[in-house]
Design a protein around this ligand. Structure first.
Ligand SMILES: Cc1cc2nc3c(=O)[nH]c(=O)nc-3n(C[C@H](O)[C@H](O)[C@H](O)COP(=O)(O)OP(=O)(O)OC[C@H]3O[C@@H](n4cnc5c(N)ncnc54)[C@H](O)[C@@H]3O)c2cc1C
Length: 466
């Protein structure tokens, strides 16, 4: 039996918040002292995704401040998680460890290893409903979004978000730990729980009403930009869902469309978490077995042009420059850029998935994989492969004045509006007037969309050598 004074450990991973944190609530409910611990995992820190690592570090510093205001503090250790946790648990004589369950294959292996060495209790929080709770009557997982969302919505509401107490147990000062990690703060994404809450409130009070129409517009700020905060748990999914449901219940029926659509996006997030939980193999291969034999092109120069935002299709290039410029990309832009890589360049979607994971501040294995497989037409509930985005019509429709293009492609700022979506149509005189030379200041299109569409359809049809 652990002694009465034995502390318990609150092991944080991607739930970097004090409010609505079920692992913290469970740790506190033991009545013992609670030690908040984060373990810097060298495997994850080796990643090239410096924007995400820096966001994580900033979130840890902010969390430490939140804890200090409540009389506690964050301890940070570095090392292989199960081993480090086990050594620390013994060092402090902790009786139990509480952590929020994470569903990625890596996280599940890590937690299985940890549970063999310490008494680990996992709590629900990464999603509102556990993936094992949103299943068909026969217990099988859903692989199509609409029935998943219906089943998700039919489950009993998840209750009100839990508020952290104003005082937390003190942490003994003689514990040896690492200093909090330093890293550059991101100018567009201040990493704090308060900022997450502010974004949620601001979005629900304003853009949410027109979300149904505006969410696809590349030139508007019509979405919540909460993704990195949900990714690292600076706000719980339950808090976001509960807030939007509260708004829906107060809104006139005619005004509910935007709010309902936003709730659906939060459910898409849960859907992809559920897919990864039930089908971890999606990180390696297409969900649809019939789509695993597509003969992708090996085209290093085309891939490099796509990565650099130099394909000659302005909307694709603006999207790719937004990715490297601010480590975030608009959802419509993600679909357009992804579709271009897969369908127009016929390059394996996993190349794009990797590139996005490297640069996205909200890079999440479940959502990113889901988005890529969907766009490639090879995943669950995927767009049919023969529906191929036209980058020009997408651009005209969702960036009608070219404001998004001009923001991310300074070389096209002086291009007249009638050519902004297709600068290759400019004659020499128009180029001269715009102070711009095609082929020098901006590339000719890498492919002809009509031809590449025909090629993609052929290759998709021939998959498996049929
Ligand atoms: C190819 C591709 C890759 C993607 N990679 C990621 C990723 O790595 N991480 C990520 O969080 N999202 C990813 N998405 C989904 C979506 O693009 C982003 O969640 C969204 O653009 C984030 O902006 P927002 O916070 O303003 O979203 P909002 O429109 O305000 O939506 C609210 C929240 O719902 C969730 N969400 C919205 N759309 C989706 C979706 N289609 N799938 C899953 N969750 C969704 C996000 O958590 C988002 O923050 C990807 C989409 C595609 C097509």
């Amino acid at each position: 039996m652990p002694s009465k004074e034995a502390p318990v450990i609150w092991w944080l991973r991607r739930d970097l918040r004090v409010n609505d944190n079920a692992a913290l609530a469970a740790a506190l409910s033991t009545g013992q002292a609670v030690i908040p611990l984060f373990i810097l995992d060298p495997v994850l820190l080796r990643s090239e995704a410096s924007a995400r690592v820096n966001f994580l570090f900033a979130a840890l510093r902010s969390l430490d401040e939140e804890l200090r205001q409540r009389g506690s503090r964050l301890l940070v250790l570095r090392g292989e998680p199960a081993e480090t946790l086990s050594a620390f648990t013994h060092q402090v004589g902790a009786a139990m460890v509480f952590a929020e369950e994470d569903y990625s294959p890596y996280a599940r292996r890590r937690d299985t290893a940890a549970a063999k060495r310490v008494p680990l209790t996992l709590t629900l929080g990464l999603t509102v409903h556990h993936p094992a709770a949103v299943v068909k009557a026969d217990g099988k997982p859903y692989t199509v979004f609409t029935p998943f969302s219906k089943a998700w919505k039919a489950l009993p509401a998840s209750g009100k978000p839990w508020q952290a107490p104003t005082r937390l147990p003190e942490v003994k000062s003689d514990l040896f730990v690492q200093p909090l990690p330093e890293g550059a703060a991101h100018p567009d994404f201040p990493a704090s729980e308060r900022e997450a809450q502010r974004r949620l409130n601001e979005f629900l009070a304003g853009p949410a009403a027109a979300y149904q129409e505006d969410r696809n517009r590349l030139d508007l700020e019509g979405t919540s930009s909460l993704s990195p905060y949900l990714r690292f748990g600076l706000i719980s999914s339950r808090a976001a869902v509960s807030a939007v449901r509260g708004k829906i219940s107060q809104a006139d029926p005619a005004d509910r469309g935007g709010l309902e659509t936003w709730l659906n996006e939060l459910i898409w997030r849960e859907f992809y978490q559920s897919i990864l939980y039930h089908f971890p193999g999606v990180l390696r291969e297409a969900f649809q077995p019939g789509m695993r034999a597509i003969r992708w092109r090996s085209a290093a120069a085309d891939l490099a042009a796509w990565q650099a935002g130099q394909t000659g299709y302005p909307v694709v290039d603006a999207a790719m420059r937004q990715l490297t410029g601010m480590n975030w990309m608009h959802n419509r832009a993600r679909m357009i850029a992804a579709s271009f890589l897969v369908k127009d360049l016929l390059i394996d979607w996993r190349e794009g998935e990797r590139w996005f994971m490297r640069h996205l501040i909200d890079g999440d294995p479940a959502a990113n994989n889901g988005g890529w497989q969907w766009t490639a037409g090879v995943g669950t509930d995927a767009a049919p492969y023969f529906r191929i985005f036209n980058p020009i019509t997408q651009s005209v429709k969702f960036d009608p004045h070219g404001a998004y293009i001009r923001r991310w492609l300074p070389e096209l700022r002086r291009v007249p509006p009638e050519f902004i979506h297709q600068p290759w149509l400019m004659d020499l005189e128009t180029q001269r007037q715009a102070g711009f030379v095609l082929g020098r200041d901006y590339p000719y299109p890498l492919v002809d969309h009509a031809e590449s569409k025909t090629r993609a359809l052929q290759v998709y049809r021939l998959r498996g050598g049929a």
